[in-house]
Design a protein around this ligand. Structure first.
Ligand code: CTP
Length: 399
């Protein structure tokens, strides 16, 4: 379950920090990549070097220690994570998260991540039972944070009771089980296209569009997290490949056509979120075109409509298109759904607030060929991707 996942392990300042060393090692043995953040107090118990050696990655201790000047470390790490584990989690870090406090590397990164967060508390039995701690944990639970309850037994403070950090093996098993429950798309082969295409004019110029690839990458990320076997055919974009996703890079519409056709037959669900160029120059030049006086013309020819071709070849695949529209989005989307023989289309009014190219959010209408439609209102592209897959899952269920 954890093989290939990118895990950030947050270690806060309790005696159980020593158990986080074994936890790091167990996660690595499961095939995960682990990066550790330690609070200042955690370093009173264990040194960063221990975690560095176990994780084979640098350890993060200070928000302002920017290791790579091209990135902001806590945002980069927050985006990198597929999973976030806080073990041991003290009453202090639980309180900080529940109240939105971000005053060190760990609390700041937690606030910035969209990954699933698991919290394994460890503290004195009376602290664990304190109404403030209980209230904070309830708040976090309501927000979707998952807890791995502490065990009962002899505590380092001398008390006997609940508050002992669960054993590393139990933590790993609990996370694996929980992740397994979320495998909504297990066994499905999903093919997704993303990003723009580039159509060459000469060695320095090309035609392209504003597609950032964010929606397609969000779809690939969620599908993979939910257990699908994902192939992502992408035009030129600068995103990290989501964990466990097979990525195929292409540049032109023709290359995207070749790859989509090659992957199509073996796929169960195909989503074409790429913004494919409809035209390309008839002639391309190997040397740079020099400017001349007066206007110039470049003759363009049509590229292949990949989605239409897939619609014609469709057998059992569930085929989903995107429609980026500025006028009459629903009517235009409906027409594309019919013309291209799709099972569903995701209609995007690119003039709507928060729904344009390059935006982190989206607002879409999912239209099924039966005419049934759902509006997924303004949310992050990851959230929209989840709603799309919940709907596709319903639409592909055999009763
Ligand atoms: N599409 C494609 N191949 C093309 C053009 C578009 O596969 N050459 C796909 C897109 O990936 C998208 C859907 O068709 O899933 C609709 O794309 P869009 O650009 O909105 O519409 P077009 O069909 O190109 O029509 P128009 O540009 O006239 O709106």
């Amino acid at each position: 379950m954890l093989n290939g996942l990118r895990i950030v392990l947050g270690v806060s300042g309790g005696i159980a920090a020593y158990k986080a060393c074994a936890l790091t090692s167990k996660l690595i043995q499961q095939g995960a990549e682990v990066k550790v953040i330690m609070t200042e107090n955690a370093q009173e118990f264990v040194t960063p070097l221990t975690f560095q050696a176990l994780s084979r990655n640098p350890v993060y201790t200070d928000t302002f220690d920017e290791k790579d000047t091209s990135k902001i470390a806590h945002i980069d790490l927050a985006d990198w994570a597929d999973l976030f584990i806080i073990a041991p989690a003290t009453a202090n870090i639980i309180g900080k998260i529940a109240n939105g406090i971000a005053d060190d590397m760990l609390s700041t990164t937690i606030l910035a991540t969209e990954a699933d967060i698991y919290i394994a508390p460890a503290m004195n039995v009376h602290m664990y039972g304190h109404p403030a701690v209980k209230r904070n944990m309830q708040t976090l639970e309501q927000w979707g944070y998952r807890f791995i309850e502490p065990g009962e037994g002899y505590l380092a403070c001398g008390y006997v009771g609940k508050g002992r950090l669960e054993e590393p093996e139990t933590i790993v098993n609990a996370i694996e089980k929980d992740q397994e429950k979320m495998q909504l798309l297990a066994g499905k082969k999903i093919l997704i296209s993303a990003g723009p295409t580039q159509e060459k004019i000469d060695p320095v110029r090309f035609f392209t569009n504003h597609s950032s690839g964010k929606m397609g990458f969000a779809l690939a990320e969620i599908a993979s997290k939910w257990g699908a076997d994902v192939t992502l055919v992408t035009g030129p974009v600068s995103f990290q490949t989501p964990a466990k996703v097979k990525r195929i890079d292409v540049t032109t519409a023709e290359e995207m056509y070749d790859q989509m056709i090659a992957q199509f037959e073996k796929s169960d669900i195909v989503i074409k979120s790429a913004a494919v160029a409809d035209y390309r120059p008839v002639v391309t030049y190997d040397d740079k075109m020099k400017k001349k006086d007066g206007p110039m013309q470049i003759e363009l020819e049509r590229t292949k409509d990949i989605l239409k071709e897939l619609g014609e070849r469709k057998t059992s695949q569930f085929l989903v298109g995107f429609a980026a529209e500025t006028n009459n989005p629903i009517a235009s989307g409906k027409q594309k759904l019919r013309n291209k023989n799709l099972d569903a289309i995701i209609i995007n009014d690119i003039k709507a607030t928060g729904a344009g190219f390059g935006s982190d959010t989206n607002d879409v209408v999912y239209l099924h060929q039966s005419g049934e439609r759902s509006h997924f209102t303004l949310a992050t592209k990851q959230e929209i991707a989840k709603q799309i897959f919940v709907q596709i899952n319903k639409d592909t269920k055999v009763d």
